[in-house]
Every structure is written in C-alpha cells, then in structure tokens.
Design a protein around this ligand. Structure first.
Ligand code: FEO
Length: 171
C-alpha cells in the first residue's frame, strides 16, 4: 500500500495528464481551423502522449493494489490571438506539470517510497524533454514564423511528427 498523500498526488496526476491531453487537443483544433495542419498534427501527437502518461499513472496505482478515482477534467479555456500563443502556453503548461511531478517525487522521498521515485524517474526525464521541445517550438516560430513562405515550411516540418508509444512499459 502507498502512503496516503503519495497515492492522492499520483491519482491527481491522472487528471492533470488528461487535462494536458485536452489542452493540446484544443491547440490542435485551433491550428486545424487555421489551416496549419502541421501544427495541428504536432499537438495531436502530443495529446496522444499525454493520454499515455495518464494511463501510466493509472497502471502504476493499480500495480500497487490501489484503487483509481477518476476526477473531472476542466474544459480548456484559453484564447488564442496569434499563432504563437499556443506554443507559449504549451511551454508554460509543461513547467507547471514539471512542478507537479516534482511535488510527488518530494513526497515519495519524504516517506522513503523508493519504488514510486523510480517510477517517477521516467517522468522527470520526460518533462525535461517536453520543456525543451516546447521552447524549441517557440524559438523556431520566432525565427521563421513571421513570413508566410517560411511558416509554410515550418508547418510542413511539424507535420513529420509521428506518434510512438511511451518507452516506459509497466507490466
Ligand atoms: Fe505529461 Fe507533457 O507532460
């Protein structure tokens, strides 16, 4: 059995990850409506990854013999005034998620829950990668997004991203 606080934080992370998926689907829909199919694709793949993260937290809790409690997922309520807005919001959101993962890690450390810390190691690394790619998206857009020819090519690049299941596999 897990420590109560660690268990509650892990359970809350399921909702946070599904919210991330929801938020990125909203970004994807915004870009789709604008005709930027590459950006729509990039965030659709990102939404699939976030769903996978939620499933990993569900699976981990179940592996520890804990019940999962699914909570309400908030409606994404962002307004986008420019194409760069979702990119900036995405980077900001990933930093919030990193904070949440760190909080669970700190709580697990406090109660010497080494198993949960080991599970979270994958997410610590994943968050570093996600922050990096979110920042990279902003940099590229700031460099090349201002004229339509470059934006067309940038969008084509974003179309190349394909979904792959997470490298972390839980039995
Ligand atoms: Fe599941 Fe983008 O953090």
């Amino acid at each position: 059995m897990l420590d109560r606080k660690v268990k509650d934080l892990l359970n809350a992370q399921i909702t946070a990850e599904f919210y991330s998926a929801y938020l990125y689907l909203d970004f994807s829909n915004y870009y789709k409506d604008a005709g930027l199919d590459g950006y729509a694709n990039w965030y659709m793949v990102q939404a699939q990854e976030e769903r996978d993260h939620a499933m990993l937290f569900i699976r981990y809790l179940q592996q520890q013999g804990e019940s999962v409690s699914l909570e309400t997922i908030d409606k994404p309520d962002k307004e986008y005034k420019a194409f760069i807005d979702p990119l900036k919001m995405g980077a900001e959101h990933e930093r919030v998620v990193t904070g949440l993962i760190n909080d669970i890690y700190a709580e697990a450390f406090k109660v010497k829950d080494f198993r949960t810390m080991q599970f979270l190691d994958w997410f610590i690394k994943e968050q570093a990668e996600e922050e990096d790619s979110a920042d990279d998206n902003i940099t590229k857009f700031e460099l090349f997004g201002s004229d339509s020819k470059s934006l067309y090519e940038l969008d084509a690049d974003m179309k190349a991203r394909t979904y792959a299941p997470p490298s972390l596999v839980l039995d």
